[in-house]
Design a protein around this ligand. Sequence first.
Ligand SMILES: CC(C)(COP(=O)(O)OP(=O)(O)OC[C@H]1O[C@@H](n2cnc3c(N)ncnc32)[C@H](O)[C@@H]1OP(=O)(O)O)[C@@H](O)C(=O)NCCC(=O)NCCS
Length: 284
Amino acid sequence: MATEVKSPLTLRKMTQDDLLGAIELSQEQSWPHRPEDWELFFELGEGIVAELDDKVVGTIMAWRFGEDYATIGMVIVTNEIQGQGIGRKLMQAMLDQLEGCNVVLNATQEGLPLYAKLGFVPCGVVRQHQGPAPAMPLIELMPGERVRPVGGSDEHLVDMYSKASGMDRSHIFEALCRDSSAVVLSRDHEPVGFALLRRFGRGRAIAPIVAPDLDGAKVLITHWLGARAGKFCRIDVVEGLGLSKWLEAEGLPCVGTVTTMVRGKAPMPQEGPQVFAIAAQALG
Ligand SMILES: CC(C)(COP(=O)(O)OP(=O)(O)OC[C@H]1O[C@@H](n2cnc3c(N)ncnc32)[C@H](O)[C@@H]1OP(=O)(O)O)[C@@H](O)C(=O)NCCC(=O)NCCS
């Protein structure tokens, strides 16, 4: 049963000191984010908190990708005071802050009605696969195909990532790489895709995965799942590219979906490698 909010609610800029309160909110929702995950989001983005009696009771964050695009995530209002307009206030304040940007987000079932009322329209689905990594036989590589660690001459991967996602990913790529291992898929010595294995939540996430085609994505996933057999892994797969069905069959089940929504112009990925799995539901 919701408690009616009587004392004044303040919305203000999120600071580093708010992260402890923010973590409590995500834990209340049984979201898996570790303090380090919140810290990374905070380092890369901007946030607003709702405060009541000196306590953080709501959060929202956003990340800018170039001048035209931003994503919104970590939208949470503590259970006890949901349904009283606080989520809408947080969203409105963040949308004001992001004025002029096309905004993308991944909506839970609970968030979807609010976002729809604010002009967001569905443009895709992300399927969350996770569990102990199944032991998988290695996929036979095509002639000329190779999976290798990222090297010093791979600085164009960030460009590949930006083109594949239709958003300038330069400022997040380096940070994502910091606490992760990365491999490149090359064909005839040309890099055509990559996958990061990052610490996230309850274990590791293979996130993002950028690949030239479904077979390439499978090769990259098999590489990382094979290296992590039996350990918790998560992959947030873009629906419609064929990966989800394959992962189910291989033993990494889908545990839920979120609806990708956009307000403004949808990102326009360029021809070439595609994003098969996103970096995080919050970051897109
Ligand atoms: C999603 C969430 C942030 C919304 O916050 P909130 O303070 O409860 O939302 P509000 O009270 O501002 O309601 C927002 C609007 O959505 C509408 N709404 C909410 N649930 C709805 C439903 N099931 N069907 C139709 N409309 C609904 C409300 O009527 C309200 O519309 P109005 O402003 O026109 O009256 C909150 O429910 C939450 O934290 N959920 C758990 C975490 C989560 O899933 N976050 C979203 C991540 S993408």
